[in-house]
Structure formats: structure tokens, C-alpha cells
Ligand binder design. Structure first.
Ligand code: FNR
Length: 346
């Protein structure tokens, strides 16, 4: 069976593997521990059934929506992930071009191989920056100011990584590759010295501190319970990203899509709710929106697209998902994003 041209994201995965260095492949596809959460992220989507409506006029399908007030072509974003430079020479600049061409938003990792300024310079869609809090506050403030000056529209503070998850598959091979430097940290000692505890701890007090340190909207990435969503809303954050880090942090936590309903209920419309983890099909986007997500974020598949054909490959991954979503909206009788409601899934 020929996978070229790739028809779906699984085709991109199969095409990408032989093109990536084995250590980079292991780093990208790895989950923590036994990979239980990694697998659950997919299985949980497949357990949700769609309740389609018929005889609706679906001659025009409109996937446009907005994320934190910015118009986008579809409720699909690029999740923050590091080391694009290990996959493609243009690194995160290629990814940003793909997002812009697709009319979609991107979250740049604070651990990117290109500086936030370089990424912003080529980004034509909304750009957010993900943040791992440095124990050194002045350094954190300096990076926040750079993100603001570069034109980033929001900060996504990752809250699920007070220790880096143990991705054993990657631990076995990571020494076999010469990893490109994290460009935003160019003037800093190695990551082990920046985070001496082997992770980026943050507490609710740090969220309050962050509010005073930036004028940008704040999202908390990695929330998995109604309890924490309620605390996030009390602190006035603009958004929550329901995520288990693609199964790369604590193995055994629930699938993102299974965590979504209680978080949507707890937030009760007081902030925007995003989701990542295991989104591989247009119907997954449809299900997440039906359960209350504003938009979904895509991690690994964008990296497979980068490996296959740089910016063009990453664009095609996003475009395939958008086209699948368009088809799913038509076949379920939901011509606009506003028509996608809770009654669509069981
Ligand atoms: C990530 N992720 C991540 N998250 C984050 O907040 N900062 C980061 O630097 C990274 N780096 C990173 C690298 C790689 C290779 C992967 C695969 C993931 C997690 C990412 O933002 C997102 O939560 C998941 O990737 C979503 O799951 P899927 O779409 O990969 O299943």
C-alpha cells in the first residue's frame, strides 16, 4: 500500500519514522512509564459516539472561530513542543509558517530551537508562548517581556511538570543525538542548572505572581480536574488547557477528553477551555468541541508533517484535519462551530 500522498495523520506518522533520527523519533513518540495515558488519549476518543442530525442544510460549512478574541480558520491549533530543529532545518519558523498559511494559531514552546523573536517574525497567525517557570524570577520576567515585545498574544504556563516525566524509551536513546540548543535560553547554563530540581515547579502563588509580571492573557496548561479548574477561574486566568502533556508526564492519569466535561462544568463559561492529547481525526475535533472545548491543539502530528516536508508537510497535516472537520460537520448536521453542542455526543 502506498502512503503517498498521505491521506491522514496516521499516514504522516508512518512516512515520518524512517525520515527521523531514531533518537528523535523515540523522543517524539514516547510516553511516560508504561504508556497507559498515551494510549488512553486515543482510546477515550474512540469510545465517544456521535449523534448526528439529518436533513440540515449543510451546503455551506463554516469552520471559522476565535481563540482569545483572535479570528482563526478553524478550532485547531499547534500545541507547544520543543526540538523542531531536530526534525527540520527551519525549526519552529517552518511550523509558524505552516500555522499562518492555514490561518491557525500556534503555541511556541519556551524551549524552542529558534528565539521567540525569530518565530514571531514569520508568524502570520496568532502566536502564544508556552512558559516553564524558571526558579530565577528576573530571567522569567525577561523572557515574558521578550514575548510581549515580539507580539505574542498569550502566555500558556505549563503546570504539569514540577518534575520532568520519565520517558524510558527516550532515555535509552537520547544520548545518540546531538540536540540543538534551546534558543531562548542561549545565555543560560544547561537546563539541568536552570531547573536544579529536574523540573519546572510552580504553585498557585506563582500564578498570582505571573499575573503581575505580564499584561498578556494567561492560560494554565495541564489542568485535569474540576477542582483545579475552579481555582484557576478564581484567579482570573483567561484560559485552561486540558492536557496530560501527551501522556509524557504522570502515567496513569485520565485521558484529556475524559477530563474535559468536569472542567467545562467547573469553569462554567468564565474562561476559555482548550484541549490537547490524542487528537488525530476531524471527528476528534468535533467531539472535543461538543464537550465544550473552544479549540484543540495538535502535538506530535505536526512534527511528523515537519519531518516529511517541512513547512509544507506541517501545513498539510493541519489542512487534512480541517478538511476532515468540515466533512464531519456536514455529515453530523452542524454547519457552523456554534451549532456544535453537547447533544452531538453520547
Ligand atoms: C511536548 N509537549 C510540550 N508541552 C509543553 O508545555 N512544553 C514543551 O516544551 C513541550 N514539548 C513537547 C515535545 C514533544 C516532542 C511532544 C510530543 C510534546 C506537550 C505538548 O504541548 C502537548 O501537550 C501534547 O503533545 C499533545 O498531545 P499529542 O497531540 O501529541 O497527542
Amino acid at each position: 500500500m502506498s502512503l503517498s500522498p498521505p491521506l491522514n495523520l496516521a499516514d504522516y506518522e508512518a512516512l515520518a519514522q524512517p525520515l527521523m533520527h531514531p533518537a528523535v523519533w523515540d523522543y517524539v513518540v514516547a510516553g511516560a512509564g508504561d504508556g497507559i495515558t498515551l494510549a488512553e488519549n486515543r482510546l477515550a476518543f474512540d469510545r465517544i459516539a456521535i449523534r448526528p442530525r439529518m436533513l440540515v442544510d449543510v451546503s455551506r460549512i463554516d469552520t471559522t472561530t476565535s481563540v482569545l478574541g483572535a479570528s482563526v480558520a478553524a478550532p485547531i491549533m499547534i500545541a507547544s513542543s520543543g526540538q523542531h530543529g531536530a526534525i527540520c532545518a527551519e525549526a519552529e519558523c517552518a511550523t509558524a509558517k505552516a500555522a499562518g498559511r492555514a490561518g491557525l494559531a500556534m503555541v511556541a514552546s519556551s524551549g524552542s530551537n529558534r528565539t521567540i523573536e525569530d518565530i514571531a517574525a514569520v508568524a502570520t497567525g496568532p502566536l502564544w508562548m508556552q512558559l516553564y517557570l524558571f526558579p530565577d524570577r528576573p530571567r522569567t520576567v525577561a523572557l515574558l517581556q521578550r514575548a510581549e515585545a515580539a507580539g505574542c498574544r498569550a502566555i500558556a504556563l505549563t503546570v504539569d511538570s514540577p518534575r520532568w516525566g520519565r520517558k524510558e524509551r527516550s532515555l535509552r536513546t537520547e544520548d545518540q543525538f546531538n540536540w540543538p540548543a534551546q534558543a531562548n535560553l542561549a545565555d543560560l547554563p544547561p537546563a539541568t542548572a536552570v531547573w536544579p530540581d529536574g523540573g519546572a515547579p510552580a504553585t498557585w502563588a506563582d500564578v498570582d505572581w505571573l499575573r503581575g509580571a505580564t499584561r498578556l492573557p494567561i492560560l494554565l496548561k495541564g489542568i485535569l480536574t474540576a477542582e483545579d479548574a475552579a481555582l484557576a477561574v478564581e484567579r482570573g486566568v483567561e484560559g485552561v488547557i486540558v492536557s496530560n502533556h501527551g501522556g509524557r508526564q504522570l502515567d496513569g492519569v485520565l485521558a484529556s477528553i475524559d477530563a474535559l466535561p468536569e472542567i467545562v462544568a467547573a469553569a462554567d463559561g468564565r474562561c476559555e477551555i482548550y484541549l490537547d492529547g490524542g487528537v488525530r481525526r476531524g471527528v476528534d475535533v468535533l467531539k472535543a468541541l461538543a464537550l465544550g472545548a473552544r479549540a484543540v491543539m495538535i502535538g506530535r502530528p505536526v512534527l511528523w508533517g515537519l519531518a516529511v516536508d517541512g513547512a509544507a508537510g506541517a501545513f498539510d497535516v493541519l489542512d487534512i484535519l480541517r478538511r476532515e472537520l468540515t466533512s464531519a460537520m456536514a455529515l453530523s448536521g452542524r454547519p457552523t462551530i456554534a451549532d456544535i453542542d453537547r447533544s452531538l455526543v453520547r
